[in-house]
Design a binder for this molecule. Sequence first.
Ligand SMILES: *[C@@H]1O[C@H](CO)[C@@H](O)[C@H](O)[C@H]1NC(C)=O
Ligand SMILES: *[C@@H]1O[C@H](CO)[C@@H](O)[C@H](O)[C@H]1NC(C)=O
Length: 394
Amino acid sequence: MDSLGLFALLTLALSQWTAASSVEEITWTYSGLIGQSEWSEHFPDCGGTSQSPVDVITTQTKYEPSLIPVTPLGYSQHGNQPFTLSNNGHTVIVELPEWMGFRGLPWFFTAAQLHLHWGNGGPGNGGSEHTINGRSADAELHVVHYNSELYTNMSAAMTQKDGLAVFGILIETGDETNPAFNNILNHMSRVRYADQKAFIPAFDVQSLFPEDLGRYYRYNGSLTTPPCYQSVIWTVFHERVQISKAQLLKLETMLYSSKAASAASMLLQDNYRVTQPLNHRVVFASFSADSGTELSSGEVTAIVIGAMCGCVGLAVIVRFIVKTVRFFKVLHLETVVVNRINESGKSKEKNQELVLNTSLEPERKEELSPDSARPTRLSQAVCSSQTDAKILSV
Ligand SMILES: *[C@@H]1O[C@H](CO)[C@@H](O)[C@H](O)[C@H]1NC(C)=O
Ligand SMILES: *[C@@H]1O[C@H](CO)[C@@H](O)[C@H](O)[C@H]1NC(C)=O
């Protein structure tokens, strides 16, 4: 009797609490009373057939050559206005300015915010939401965008098909510190508790991305947290980014899912959803999964541009060589001409001398005949003219 009464009371209390909390602001969690398996009871979309994240089985992806590289715009132009960092009790969020966005889908998508998902630092435990061939990465970065061509703002877009586009960037740990992530990690101590906010210096958001934005998986899915709207075009990049083990540890141990005023502090850990069934969906790949040597369209573009630059370079070099050869030819010709001119000048002089001599000869003959003393005068005259010439040439 007593235990039955207690049970009835508990049920009543629980149902009242559930009713009160389902109005709005439901305190859902990843595990526990309103853990992942209960989400769909409060948020019907979480029980839908196009949910995220998913396990990408690479051999079952479909290579789609029309998937062009993602073109980020404005992520590096962070400006001077500080960014807002916050802890919403489920993750750490950086709000992004509206001039950031990307091309590569049929519509322009404007950036809204980025956030992270991680594990608990335990050995062999995952932390990423998407998995590749059943394997988790250590953490995952999500960059959330909304379709600003079709919808006026994030809240209008998030319930609509093709309303959102999210980048999924898998994070692995290695030896090296990734300075880009310190722009977030170094300020997390200011938002340790749920509902805290802080201004942080603006930074180059693109430095968080992998370099290769040409190879990715694409599928239609959902928000990975309640209310799980099935409005997301997912882009999960093939290339992963690396942070150090110390950086991952900071992410896993710095934040609380509980509020500052709360009596019981709860670490914010394991904030990743388990993978959801693909159902009828196909995961497309922008690159061929079977061969690692297959080139992404980004690489093809790079090669084509490289080849074009090479050709232009070669043309410039050939032109230079031809010009140089021509220049030397002309130079040679000019030298020859100059030499010829010099030679012809010399011969002219000779001719003039000859002319002089011949012109003198009759005179000499004339002079010779009347007087024998005349030649001496002539030779004197020649000598004086030669000295004159010498004086002139000096
Ligand atoms: C978003 O846009 C809708 C109309 O498109 C408007 O009713 C709503 O107030 C806007 N929300 C915000 C947060 O600006
Ligand atoms: C997503 O859904 C739309 C509309 O149903 C479809 O046209 C598109 O091909 C789908 N995209 C992917 C990657 O499955």
